[in-house]
Design a protein around this ligand. Structure first.
Ligand SMILES: [Zn+2]
Length: 189
């Protein structure tokens, strides 16, 4: 297999892969580890706090998050229980410059496999809970704009109709300048 480039092009809204169901991972291979490394490079370059495989054109049920300098690899993740409800603004690396308020459970209990194939369970709240839910949605073809009211979604899509012209072929290639900023994160998922 040829090595993956360090930073992967991001797929943006309009690319059908963002609406597809992913395939559960059945084995931790070197290819998968290489994909994970390339996804971290890409996420940090894009100043994101979460990135799911479909956002880089892949179908593995795999996502990564790093909310507070704690990189997490989540393979085949699932939410087992959730409680509370919280509204906060979300953005998405695949829908640049579009933001919207999304209601989500404020606390979750989830299960996933790490990059060594170990299954773990964990509680999360606050931004980590929001981020994990946003990324798991990506693994099932769901995007944060799906949660917006009809009017707000229409406004977001109207705005996106102008923005998307910057991304021919529904691909967002990070510029050298963006990559140079590497570790400066904001809060896109
Ligand atoms: Zn996203």
């Amino acid at each position: 297999m040829t090595p993956l480039p360090l930073s992967l092009p991001l797929r943006v809204l309009g690319d059908p892969i963002l609406r597809k169901e992913t395939t559960p991972v059945t084995a931790i291979t070197n290819d998968l580890r290489q994909l994970i490394d390339a996804m971290f490079t890409t996420m940090y370059a894009a100043r994101g706090i979460g990135l799911a495989a479909p956002q880089v054109g892949r179908t593995e049920r795999l996502t990564i998050v790093d909310v507070k300098d704690e990189p997490l690899v989540l393979i085949n993740p699932e939410v087992l229980a959730s409680s509370g409800m919280e509204r906060d603004e979300e953005g998405c690396l695949s829908i640049p410059d579009i933001y919207g308020d999304v209601d989500r459970p404020s606390t979750i209990h989830f299960r996933a496999m790490d990059r060594d194939g170990n299954v773990f369970e964990r509680e999360a709240d606050g931004l980590l809970a929001r981020c994990v839910q946003h990324e798991i949605d990506h693994l099932h073809g769901k995007l944060f704009i799906d949660y917006l009211s009809v009017l707000k979604r229409r406004a977001a899509l109207d705005q996106w109709a102008k923005e998307k012209e910057k991304y021919p072929g529904n691909v967002r290639v990070l510029t050298a300048e963006e990559i140079a900023k590497h570790h400066h994160r904001d809060e896109e998922l």
